[in-house]
Design a protein. Sequence first.
Length: 308
Amino acid sequence: MKKIIGSLYVSAALLVSQGAAAMSIPLAEYNLVVAGDYVHEGGSVWGKTFIGGDLNGGASEFAVQVPAAPVVDSLQVVGDINAGHVKVKSGNLVLGGAISSSSNVELHGAGASIVHDAGLSIDSVVADLKSASQTFSGMSGVGNSASFVNGAFSYSGTSSVAFFDMSYDELFRQNTNFTFSGVQADTLIINVSGTHVNTGYGYNFPGLDLSGNSGLGASDILWNFFEAEELTISNPIVGSILAIDADVTLMGTLDGSLAAGSLRTQRQIHDYEYPHDVSTVPLPGSSVLFGSALLAFAAARYRRKKRA
């Protein structure tokens, strides 16, 4: 009987642990991930950058806010550097390809160097981002007490993550003021449907404390464009953007991190990474309830046996 009870405890524990599964995404580490080519026409990236293709364009500046010590790989480029002028303000440049003879590359950080790595690969990072995007897109509405009315997001459930599922034209309407004070969660993930998306210019984030000291901040918001093939961000935007399959044009400053299929921009990308671990199994789910029942049943059987 002890073996049977023991096996029930193990089965229940496995089910409960499965219900508590969580995942983090590479946007906790990188300020910018581009699976393909990056055309940088100005502006800067404040945190760490990983580019899977070539770095093209004119003047570009990276790692503006990366600490000087310890020295890290703050800019990684799998392909070639063809951009006219590249400044890496702190940390190493890791390069899988070559630097064009017409490119001027400057390293400004103490102890920084150019590291040539022919085996450099972005594949695992991109695979993690693709998996996260599709997983998050399937989580909307699961035990969710979420609503969106006239730009105001609200959530009154018990989960630490609030999921919203919306079309891009429903979100980015003219004269929309996004507010998040009604979200009683640690983070919100907005799953945005649509394959060819242009946000337009008609939205704002009035009164939002980017630091998160008085509610949700820039590091607590994730926009998941899980269907996007083309994405144009026409206005400044707050929160990280997951659009790993999309050709992205960024026309406004981003207070957050970005994962794109390819990218063209001349704006600043500020280093508000997305640090949250996100539960990927809805709670309470049938497996968790069944696991709890197994635990209760096993405990009851054990107590009855001791009394006997």
